[in-house]
Write a protein that binds this ligand. Structure first.
Ligand code: SF4
Length: 325
């Protein structure tokens, strides 16, 4: 039986952090064997929020490098840059003709972004879910790995697909969500989702020493003031991170924390060592691949070629159905 096709886009924010790694990239690596995988570095989406684009090319290369180091295999997956397949812009425009503005105005992330950047509420920002839909359906992807926070976007994509199919006849599969195993990773501030813009992140490519320093400064259970206070693992983000990196000793840690047998300083040291152990092989691969930037460019060029071969017939079909050809 033919494999289903999975699509996912990731913003070119440069080097990936452990939130990206646990929440998305590690999952991409697993999905490669199960699905025909199409992974896209979405540079056009980045323009909706970026004021300064001078680092964009460098960020794309860093992200591709990190994805390859994490285990994305170009023989199994198509890895490419969104703008290298310009057919997506055409489909974006055409889908705009079947998408009511009211659907876009009610998207929670649009309202949030408009609040965050009131001086730059651009047309691309409101159209973001339409471009995201174009990204997915241009390749007729059937499955999209998403975190829970992205479910409303995917539902909107499904609504756009239904509307298109109703109007012009069955054309696209309705993409299904595949929830990632690690939906949301909270940042080292212990409050918000890990993100570059909030500065609460740890890069996968950090050195062991940088890792120790950053984890050493991470916020723990804020109710634990003195070393002798009993800790509350369920209120501690360091504990949440230890679930991923030092899982084997978690039961002992729960007891030690709740009885104050371990202090937060020691606990964070153990987490940092766990991260360094777990990411060691990825960091080594990264250093190897980084020696050959031409290889990364070749992977992306080949990915764009393969993606375009899927995109062209879809766009032809859409144009015919919409009466443009
Ligand atoms: S000992 Fe560890 S799990 Fe317990 S509060 Fe401190 S950092 Fe958190």
């Amino acid at each position: 039986m033919a494999k289903q096709r999975v699509f996912s886009g990731i913003r070119p924010t440069g080097r990936i952090h452990i939130g990206n790694f646990l929440g998305a990239v590690q999952n991409y690596v697993k999905l490669q064997d199960e699905y025909e995988s199409v992974y896209c570095i979405v540079d056009v989406h980045a323009l909706t929020t970026l004021e300064d684009t001078s680092n964009l090319q460098q960020n794309i290369m860093e992200m591709a490098l990190d994805m390859l180091a994490a285990g994305i295999d170009p023989k199994k997956s198509i890895l490419f840059v969104q703008s290298h397949v310009p057919e997506v812009m055409e489909l974006f425009t055409l889908l705009g003709m079947v998408t009511p503005l009211s659907w876009l105005m009610r998207v929670p992330t649009f309202k949030e972004k408009a609040r965050q950047q009131p001086e730059n509420v651009n047309y691309g920002l409101v159209g973001y879910p339409v471009l995201m839909t174009a990204d997915i359906i241009l390749y007729k992807a059937e499955v999209v790995p998403v975190g829970e926070d992205q479910l409303p976007h995917l539902e909107l994509a499904r609504e756009i697909v239904r509307r298109f199919n109703d109007k012009f006849g069955p054309t696209f599969p309705e993409p299904e969500a595949r929830l990632t195993q690690f939906p949301t990773i909270i940042g080292l501030d212990g409050k918000e989702k890990m993100s570059k813009s909030l500065g609460n992140f740890l890069e996968v490519s950090a050195t062991p020493e940088e890792t120790r320093k950053k984890i050493g400064a991470a916020v723990t259970d804020v109710t634990r003031i003195r070393r002798t206070d009993f800790g509350h693992p369920q209120m501690c983000n360091v504990y949440s991170l230890r679930k991923y990196f030092t899982q084997d000793v978690l039961d002992d840690l729960t007891v030690a924390c709740t009885t104050a047998k371990i202090g937060c300083v020691e606990c964070k040291k153990q987490l940092a060592e766990g991260i360094n152990r777990a990411l060691g092989p990825v960091r080594e691969r990264r250093a190897e691949i980084a020696k050959d930037p031409a290889y990364i460019r070749d992977v992306l060029a080949d990915g764009a070629k393969r993606a375009q071969a899927l995109a062209r017939p879809t766009l032809e079909e859409v144009k015919k159905k919409m009466g443009l050809e």
